[in-house]
Design a protein around this ligand. Structure first.
Ligand SMILES: [Zn+2]
Length: 60
């Protein structure tokens, strides 16, 4: 497998920050900000590189 780049164990999509808290701008009645927790779709919130299923693309 010709891969010369050192493979970090962190997800390339999110740089390890798998879940980000996004403020929606709205506030709850108690005054706290309504936040959404967004998980990185690439690593599904783990922050780690996940081996892609079907990594071996042969032919084509
Ligand atoms: Zn990620």
């Amino acid at each position: 497998m010709p891969q010369h780049t050192p493979s970090p164990r962190v997800c390339r999509d999110c740089d390890g920050h798998a879940s980000a808290m996004v403020t929606t701008g709205t506030r709850h009645p108690d005054g706290t900000r309504a936040t959404l927790r967004v998980l990185c779709p690439a690593c599904k919130g783990t922050g780690h590189r996940v081996p892609a299923a079907g990594l071996a693309r042969v032919g084509r």
